[in-house]
Design a protein around this ligand. Sequence first.
Ligand code: HSE
Length: 412
Amino acid sequence: MSVIKVAILGFGTVGEGVYKTIQSHTEELEGVLGRKVEVAAVLIRNKQKKRNIDEDVLITSDFDEILDLPQLDVIVEAIVDKEPPFTFLKQAIQKGCHVITANKEMFAHHGNELLRLAEKHNVSVGYEATVAGGIPVIQTLRQLLNVNRVRHIQGILNGTSNFILTEMREKKHSFSAALSLAQAKGFAEADPTNDVEGYDAFYKTMILSRIAFGEEPNWEEVGREGITSITSELIESAEKHGLRFKHIASICMEGGQINATVRPALVGKSHPFYSIEGVENAVNVNSDIVGSITLQGPGAGMFPTASAVIEDLVYVCQNQSTNKNYKKTISVNYGDKEGNGDELWFIQGLSKDYKNPLITWIAQSTDDTAVIQTTREEREKLINQQKVTSCFQILGEYEKLGNNKEVTLAVL
Ligand code: HSE
C-alpha cells in the first residue's frame, strides 16, 4: 500500500501537536484516506534540543534536505513570521506538494499569491488553522457561501486575549499574570504583542474577509485596538452593569464597501459572545438565507490547532481543492452604513451633571462609569473634548440591572 509522506516545518506547540496527532490517529487517517500517513521529516531550528521524535524521521534545520526527499506529498508549516515560511511554501508548491499552514501573519500577507501558485501547480493550500484554532470556520464559510451571501461576521478570534480578560474578571488576576499563564499554556504567540494589541485578530479578520467578500478592506483603514487599555477596575465596573469585555473583530459590507474593526467591546447576557470564556473563540456569521449562526470552540492550544491541520490534511489528500474559495464579485449592498443612529456606550469619567440633548443616560454607577446612548459622532466629540476617560461600545441588547429592568437595543 502506498504511503502519504508529510514534512512538518516547526516543532513548537502546533508542529508537535500535529506530529502527535498523526501518531495517535494513524488508523483513522488510514481508514479515511486508504493510505497510511507518515511523518518523513521535521524542520527544527535548534538541532541540539531533545525532542520526542521517532528515529526514522529526518530531523533537520536545512529545508533543502526536506525538498530533496525522494517522496514528499504534504508540507505542514507551523513556524512564525512571514519569512522564511512564505519562501518555503512557494518552493514546496513548485515541487508539487500540497501545503498546509497555521501561520496567520504569513497567510494574511501572502495567501493570494500562494493560492494562485497552487492552482497553477495543481495542488491545494489548507489554512483552516489560521483562523479560530479548532473551529472549522473556513470550511463552514466555504460551504455556506455556495449560495448564501454573507452580510456581517463578528468574532472573538484571539484565544489569548479572551483568556486574559476572563482570568482578570473571574480570578482577579493582573494583566501580566494572566498573560504569563496564557504563554505557559501555549496559547500566546512567540511575541505576545501580536495577541494583546490585536494584530493576530486583525490578520485572521483579513483572511475571513477574503473568503466572505472576495476582498479585504484597505489595511490602513481598519481600526485595530488591543486589550491593553482594559484595566481590572474597568472590568469590575462593567460587571456591575451586567456587561463583559470581549475583544471583537467585525467585518461587514456597507454601501458596497468592506468595513472592519478589531477592538474591545462590551456584551450583555443575551449576546452570543457573553459566555465565550477562557481560550474559547467564537464566530457569528450573518448571511441572507440562513440568518445568524454562531460557531464556538477552542481558539488556541496544541490539539485544537492540530485538529484543524489534520482536517486540512484529509481534505487536501482527498484531492479536494481548497483554492477555489474566494468570491470573485460583490454586487449587493447590504444596508445602511453602521453608526448613523444611536448606539450604546459604556463610559468612564463623564460628569453626571453633563447635559446634552443628544445623549441619553441609560444607567449610572457610583464608581464613575455609566451607560449612555448617543451617536458615533457625539461619542467622538466626548473623546476629543476629553470629557470621558474610557469609552467602549456595547453590542447586542443592554439589560439594565436593578429593580426596574429595562432592555435597550444596541447594534448587533
Ligand atoms: N495566539 C493565538 C491566539 C493562537 O491566542 O489565538 C491561535 O491562533
